[in-house]
Design a binder for this molecule. Sequence first.
Ligand code: SF4
Ligand code: SF4
Length: 172
Amino acid sequence: MQFVPWMNIADWKCNACGYCCKLYSVVLKFPEWLRIVKTFGVEKTVAGLNRLYIKRVSDGSCVFLCNFGGIYYCGLQGMKPIACKLWPFKVLTEPKYGQARQAAFDYNGVKLFIYADSMCNGLKYGIPTWEFNHQTLKEFVELAIGARQTQSKTTSNLAITSPFHVRTFSFI
Ligand code: SF4
Ligand code: SF4
C-alpha cells in the first residue's frame, strides 16, 4: 500500500467495488464492538492481542459485506465503524507519510495532513476539483474529528432498485 497526499488527487468517488472490504481487517473501537455484539452477536467479531476486529469470512471478506446484483454494500449501514467511514483517507496531525506541503489541509485554521490509500479504486489523480477539496475532504475531516457521524460525500450512495422499492445504500 502507498499513501498519496490529497493535492495529487483530482477526485474520489466510491464505486462500491467492495475491494477494500475484502482487503483489510476492520479494527473496532470498544463502543462499536459493543453495538455490533449486542445486535449481531459476538461471533461476528474477533479479538486480537489488544484489538477488536470484525470477523472475515473464508475468502477474506468482511462478514458484513453484501452483494446485490453485482453491487457491493455494507450490511452494517447505520453502525458502520469509523475506520470504514474514513477509508481510503487518513486525516493526521503530522505528515506521517511525507510530502508535507502536498498533504497539508487547513480546517478552520487547524493544520492537518491528508493522505489516501492508493489501493482504492475510486481515486482519480490530478488537480483537486473544488468539490473534492471543499466538500468531500471537509466531510472526511469532520468524521475524523467526531464533528459529524452521517455520510454524504464520503460514501457511494448508490441507488438499488428492486421490484419492491428503491433504496440508497451507503458503502464506505
Ligand atoms: S472505497 Fe474504494 S476500494 Fe472501497 S468500495 Fe469504494 S471504490 Fe472500492
Ligand atoms: S464498510 Fe461495512 S462491509 Fe465494508 S469492511 Fe466496513 S463494516 Fe465491513
